[in-house]
Design a protein around this ligand. Sequence first.
Ligand code: IMP
Length: 429
Amino acid sequence: MACTCVIGLQWGDEAKGKIVDILTAEHDIVVRYNGGANAGHTVVRDGRTYKFSLLPTGILSPNMLAVIGNGLVVNPVRFLEEVQGLRQQNVSIGPANLALSDHAHLIFPYHVEEERLNEQGSEQAIGTTGRGIGPCYQDKVGRSCGIRVGELRHPEHLRSRLQAIVPRKNALLRALSPQAKQFDADALCTEYLGYAREIGPYIQDTTRLLHRALASKKRLLFEAAQGSLLDVDHGTYPYVTSSNSSTTGVWSGSGVPARNLDRVIGVLKAYTTRVGRGPFPTELTDGPDGMGERIRRTGREYGTVTGRPRRCGWFDAVATRYTARLSGADELAVMLLDVLSEPEEIQICTAYEIGGQRTDDFPGDAFLLERCKPVYEKLPGWRVPLDQARKLSDLPATARRYVDRLSELLNLRVGYISVGPDREQTIMC
Ligand code: IMP
């Protein structure tokens, strides 16, 4: 296998980091191609917990080169904080094992302020992570105000760009709120040139780097951030993130043609979660003693980046069949199966009902998804802890039946089943 992509098939937080971590031994380079420090990936290795937001989780493996591709938006403060935090956990990080694309876009404090003002008390709020992701991508696509990482290497040029951009940003922010924060171009430039000194050694033309790696038969591992249902083009728009979080982003976000991918692993939870606003047909809103709350408690379903409680619900086979097709998944990784050990009965959404009609199709618009009622199939629960299971035969028949049913509904084989956060708590099928 030369190129693998690990992708989330739901609304993010599917525990992709764990699968990436397992696969690092079979690859040479790990590449992130979308998003920014809005992602929250947790890897538990030998009882130690490592948290990632912007850096590829694959950097934990000493012989791996980690690449932050051109498709990302990078806040240098977060970059440096994360490098520092991981070093404190004895993870060795330097320009020899981490490359940052010169084409990635820079997040500035005015992006964070713009997002704050847009989100605050607004009926249109998306429920974002508040990291300036959307406004930075807006500037990337709008072109005149976007600044790329590579521009940090040219101080005079950076200063003149900021002198042109910052007054426009200040005017925009004031229009959004008279109390908006205002920024000073020269102060920002000095601040960012300070970061540039530390970040400079990591900056590279990562597209060229990856093309060379492919030519010398290096094995690449693409690590998606967020889930496919948050994809800006194909997800539950407008309640999405601002990048292509499905496999569709690999090509544009790294410069590596998607035809190089020969394995796509679709990662999903045995149930569904979502943070932020937007339709969620299988959401369980059954109160403090209800199933939704029980899943949240058992699965510790709180956002890694923002700490927000995640909305929880049953597995949705309509949504994941759609994202598995969208992302060209070859196989599935079913995560957090152990979290469902409590209920007597487990439900799976196999179709939707909309306007009295039954459908297997995932609607293309969030406002239509809002009207969909889930049609459930019930399966018996297993009601025993699964955290000690290490092979398929260790699972009770009811748990195997549940996983088989997910596989059948998505028409894909299951390659991995996770029964706990540790790397060891994984069944390879
Ligand atoms: P943004 O990416 O901060 O603009 O947020 C847009 C939407 O995506 C919000 O609903 C966020 O909660 C959601 N989101 C962004 N990153 C993640 C993630 O890593 N996991 C789950 N949801 C995310």
